[in-house]
Ligand binder design. Structure first.
Ligand code: GLC
Length: 737
């Protein structure tokens, strides 16, 4: 007994001693604000300045003497970027930083499945933790305003509600690992053309109804700990230090308590950086991303120039302390928190990649039920196109990765089909971009082919004549101007004259499938000659496996387009009334871009102008069929529930997305014919029915009243429209508010 008492006394004294020596700022049992209040006064001026700007390409300083670790950021939204040299963009040549490349965010958006978005965030967070990263520079939620935007593949489509619903669980999943999200690029960075010098002019209503909701949801519902200022300008101020967007809207109106991080090279002025909301400055002293003095960190705007103004008494210490508080809060949530260890390249992460692809790939067209492939009927398959053999995980800009592996579409199909005795032949069809390198990461592929286009087409056509099924795999490829950061596409057509190859194949064999791999819509003037079309996205490490599973029918496609697929570019508002890409000022390197279409983006514009897209927002087919009951609406005073029964009327299991759009029958302002305000994805066995209910609340009925600076829901008649695509809404339920 005595021994026990002695041991207990010793343990208790150690606890007391320990409690006495653990400083408050490290005591995780205490509220974060209390810990911040304890830590802030312990910092010297130099330490305060050091933690609000970069010390290397992707890290900012900790405070060694207080045991506060260095803070590490890394790209990107689709996987954890390979480590780079201290001051460089070039990769460091490590051999332990190959990752899982997850499907691009347009594919995630196309799943219309918030639960899988959370899984995506968790898997990415685990890879980031294992790699020692405290912040992932993503996700991106800039609205798809033009199909030419080079970075749409990193974003979540044209509709603010869909993007909001999908970004929140991604952020929550990522941050559940103690890895900060960094929502980007806030805001109005809707094209890459002149991205550092474009001044966006947009009305308040469009700003709040279209371009801000996903950022607001990520902050208020997702609880994002950081947000990245965009390169461009709004109200003639760069977004990385912008009074209206950062101080007024983000911090004051939305209550954002996290950190505003500059995009790399996005800060341009010390006074503005101090006073207009910037909290952490990265990538400065670069001409955007490539040049700059070595070790320029002391000359950052928030470094010695800031210290000088403080010492001269020209700026207040309170403003600095507010920045430091936010950074310390971020540290309490990450580097000073007890966090899971994470994991990398696990089977679970590869399964997440496959599941996102399986639910995000969109079956756009399937005449004659040509798909899925039937190994009994389709014994000789020909695959044509460079995108069947080209790695897509390398390139495209900062989201480029060093994948542990990337299963190519042709290989995935062969692995899946040759087991069934199916022969899968290949013809190049065209040569697009035979290169494969980004920041020192190379694909190792040799795709060089000097044959003339006519020879390539002739070979493909000759082989097509003897095939049971032909699968053309083309699209874009993240090469410059082909869905990549820093530049927009130069036109809407498929590059490398792919249309000519497709038309020749269609003449040679009526059993033609086109798989388009891209982050953007493309012109499809040949689509009436092609019985089956699949939107394949940039799918990452498991691209080949995922595409094969969909094409063979192991997975039943359930993806729905997160953007409108215009027939022609001038069907897009940004290109008909919207002033894309803007006009350069006479004697200043600034481009003014007027978003003249206002709120009429995507299907909102097509409804207003009665134009029909090639494929509608929310469109996507299945290998099974579904039926919906008449539907009913119950409730009162603006709180209603719309209910419909969905039945799988086909022979195989599948998923359908019930979409709810709201129409304000009569309004004092011009409003879109309908707006997406709810959706639910259901998985049903053959013959199974499910009652789907979607709640309607007053906020879903409201519009942003720019004169009152607030959202307003006017009393009156409304219609809840339900269906499975923005152009397939057979159910109209009237109600009043
Ligand atoms: C780039 C991108 C941004 C990225 C950052 C760091 O310029 O705009 O998305 O996270 O720099 O690579």
């Amino acid at each position: 007994m005595k021994k026990f008492l002695l041991a207990a006394l010793v343990a208790a004294s150690m606890l007391v001693a320990n409690a006495a020596t653990t400083p408050i700022y490290l005591d995780e049992s205490l509220p974060i604000e209390q810990r911040v209040n304890d830590l802030l006064p312990r910092l010297t001026l130099d330490e305060k300045l050091a933690i609000i700007h970069a010390q290397s390409k992707f890290s900012s300083a900790g405070v060694a003497r207080l045991g506060i670790p260095t803070f590490w950021t890394d790209d990107g939204p689709h996987g954890v970027r390979p480590d780079v040299l201290w001051d460089e963009w070039e990769q460091a040549g490590a051999t332990n930083d190959s990752c899982v490349a997850f499907p691009a965010l347009t594919c995630l958006a196309a799943t219309w499945n918030p639960a899988i978005a959370r899984r995506y965030g968790v898997s990415l967070g685990e890879e980031a933790r294992y790699r020692g990263k405290d912040m992932i520079l993503g996700p991106g939620v800039n609205i798809y305003r033009t199909p030419l935007n080079g970075r749409n593949f990193e974003y979540m489509g044209e509709d603010p509600f869909l993007a909001s619903q999908m970004v929140v669980p991604y952020v929550q999943g990522l941050q559940s690992l103690g890895v900060s999200a960094c929502i980007k690029h806030y805001a109005l960075n809707n094209n890459e053309h002149e991205r550092h010098t474009t001044n966006v002019i947009v009305d308040d209503r469009a700003l709040h109804e279209i371009y801000l909701p996903a950022f607001k949801a990520a902050v208020q519902q997702g609880g994002a700990w950081a947000i990245m200022g965009a390169y461009n300008l709004y109200n003639n101020q760069h977004l990385c230090h912008n009074q209206v967007m950062l101080n007024d809207i983000l911090k004051r109106q939305w209550g954002f308590d996290g950190v505003v991080v500059s995009d790399w090279g996005g800060a341009h002025d010390t006074w503005q950086a101090i006073h207009n909301g910037l909290d952490m400055e990265f990538g400065t002293w670069t001409d955007g991303l490539s040049e700059g003095a070595k070790n320029a960190y002391d000359s950052y705007y928030l470094a010695l120039p800031y210290k000088k103004l403080l010492q001269e008494g020209k700026v207040s210490m309170a403003t600095l302390d507010e920045k430091v508080r936010r950074v310390l809060r971020l540290m309490m949530r990450t580097t000073l928190a007890t966090r899971p260890r994470g994991s990398m390249c696990s089977n679970e992460h590869y399964q997440t990649a496959r599941d996102v692809a399986a639910e995000g790939i969109v079956l756009l067209k399937n005449d004659r039920g040509l798909l899925p492939i039937d190994p009994a009927r389709h014994r000789r398959i020909l695959v044509v196109g460079e995108n069947a053999i080209k790695m897509m995980t390398v390139g495209g800009g900062s989201s480029s990765l060093k994948a542990q592996h990337e299963i190519l579409p042709l290989d995935g199909l062969r692995q899946r089909l040759e087991a069934d005795g199916v022969t899968v032949d290949y013809a190049r069809g065209y040569v697009g971009d035979p290169t494969g390198e980004y920041n020192g990461v190379t694909t190792g592929q040799s795709l060089k082919d000097d044959r003339a286009p006519e020879v390539l087409i002739a070979e493909a056509v000759e082989k097509a004549r003897h095939a049971d099924l032909v699968i053309f795999m083309g699209g874009l490829n993240k090469a410059q101007f082909q869905d990549s950061e820093g530049d927009d596409r130069k036109d809407y057509a498929l590059p490398y004259d792919q249309g000519r190859v497709i038309e020749a194949l269609a003449r040679a064999n009526k059993n033609l499938v086109v798989v388009n791999i891209s982050g953007n819509a493309v012109a499809m003037p040949w689509r009436k000659q092609v019985p089956a079309i699949v939107q394949g996205w940039f799918l990452g490490s498991e691209a080949g496996t995922s595409l094969a599973r969909i094409l063979v029918g192991d997975d039943n496609p359930s993806g729905k387009l997160p953007f409108s697929w215009y027939e022609r570019l001038d069907d897009c508002a940004a290109h008909s009334v919207g002033d894309y890409p803007g006009t350069k000022r006479a004697n200043e390197n600034i481009w003014d871009e007027h978003y003249r279409e206002g709120i009429y983006v995507g299907y909102r514009w097509l409804d207003k102008t009665k134009r029909r897209p090639a494929f509608a927002f929310g469109h996507g087919l299945s290998y099974t069929t579904f039926a919906m009951s008449k539907g009913k609406i119950t409730g009162q005073d603006g709180n209603y529930t719309a209910t419909v029964t969905v039945t799988n009327t086909g022979q195989r299991a599948g998923s359908e997305v019930v979409q709810l759009y709201i129409t304000d029958v009569k309004s004092s302002v011009d409003r879109p014919a309908k707006e997406l305000k709810g959706f639910k994805k259901v998985h049903l066995q053959p013959g199974e029915s499910r009652v789907v209910s979607i709640d309607i609340t007053p906020d879903m009925l409201s519009y942003y009243d720019a004169s009152q600076h607030r959202w307003v829901a006017e009393p009156g008649e409304f219609i809840a429209r339900l269906g499975t695509a923005s152009d397939n809404l057979p159910i109209a339920l009237k109600f009043t508010y």
